[in-house]
Design a binder for this molecule. Structure first.
Ligand SMILES: [Ca+2]
Length: 345
């Protein structure tokens, strides 16, 4: 199982080294102190999962559902909460709650983001509506974000997998508290490569990417916020879930893979502009790369967000760490191992 490399403090390693004079009482004490320090460190690491808050526009395109499934299947993450972004955020809450229920994770809080006008097809709306509204109050996503980063300053990673409307609103409401976000891992933008139906032809030119285009001002504001940002643009995220992997995943028969199967079929049958049998798992890439950064190495860049939503390299201090090329096959292998190969009945 992949884990983020963890730097063991040199002092502990040094303390563990059995001293040459171990026959002396002093040497034995030092050795046991080293063992004790390692035990304490190990206990800490077992609880050292990365705190993540996932902000996503699940329900339109299908990649958010796969990304959330990967988050939930990965012990590297402690999910602080999930907030819904863009369009009918209340129905997205119902979708997330149903998915969490299927996964046995009703304990994870779900917050509702800002409702916006959206012309994008909510392809998985029927699955979402099957979850009755439980009538429980749903926290506001902006308050939820600010409250969490206040409670856990500089230690929450926000996985931003949709338009950045909620994040920008949080910054406008309270820039000081917003600055306590540990980092933002963002799917968005297009630097040198754009959309395209094949991964084997010449790369398409940079394009205007959906998450940025949906709310250009918000994307610009978040990118310029000074919070550390890892950016995963179209260049790195056009990873397609092929037929062979889909067949194995959909036949797996866990509650989560069953849910993904139904969501996939609603998505692929919907009357939407990206109609295709093959999902492109944009949002899975930033999640996978947070688990294993070697899947999508980043370089420092200065990205300017233009008024039309294009994101271009520009002169200036590097504001983001951007990944421009991912290892798509390894990303898919990670996803499949986590969703299919977990050994559960
Ligand atoms: Ca998304």
């Amino acid at each position: 199982m992949e884990r983020r490399p963890v730097a063991v403090a040199p002092v502990v390693r040094a303390g563990l080294r059995r001293p040459a004079t171990s026959s002396t009482a002093k040497g034995r004490r030092r050795w046991w102190r080293g063992v004790a320090a390692l035990l304490v460190l190990s206990a800490g690491l077992s609880h050292g999962a990365e705190k993540v808050l996932v902000d996503l526009d699940i329900g339109d395109d299908i990649d958010d559902a796969f990304a959330l499934a990967l988050v939930l299947a990965s012990p590297e993450f402690e999910v602080v909460g999930i907030s819904t972004a863009w369009g009918d955020t209340a129905l997205r809450v119902r979708l997330v709650k149903r998915l969490l229920h299927e996964a046995g994770r009703d304990d994870i809080p779900v917050a509702q983001g800002i409702v916006t006008t959206s012309t994008t097809v909510f392809s998985q709306a029927r699955w979402a509506r099957r979850r009755p509204d439980d009538g429980k109050p749903v926290p506001d996503a902006v308050d939820f974000l600010l409250d969490n980063v206040t409670r856990m300053p500089n230690s929450v990673t926000v996985l931003a997998l949709g338009p950045m409307t909620n994040l920008a609103a949080a910054r406008r409401r309270d820039p000081q508290r917003f600055a306590r976000i540990g980092r933002i891992v963002m799917m968005g933008g297009s630097v040198r490569r754009g959309y395209g139906r094949t991964q084997y032809g010449p790369p398409g030119p940079a394009a205007i990417e959906y998450n940025v285009h949906a709310d250009v001002a918000a994307a610009r504001e978040v990118m310029q916020s000074g919070v550390p940002i890892s950016l995963f643009p179209l260049d790195a995220t056009r990873v397609q879930l092929d037929d062979v992997r889909r067949a194995e995943l959909f036949a797996r028969g866990t509650p989560m893979t069953d849910a993904l199967t139904l969501l996939y079929h609603q998505w692929s049958a919907a009357d939407q502009p990206w109609a295709s049998a093959i999902p492109t798992l944009f949002d899975v890439v930033p999640v996978a790369a947070t688990i294993d950064p070697t899947l999508c190495p980043t370089v420092p860049m200065h990205i300017a967000v233009r008024d039309d939503g294009s994101t271009v390299e520009a002169a200036g201090p590097p504001g983001v760490q951007a990944c421009l090329a991912s290892d798509g096959q390894r990303v898919l292998d990670l996803l499949m191992r986590r969703l299919v190969g977990d050994g559960s009945p």
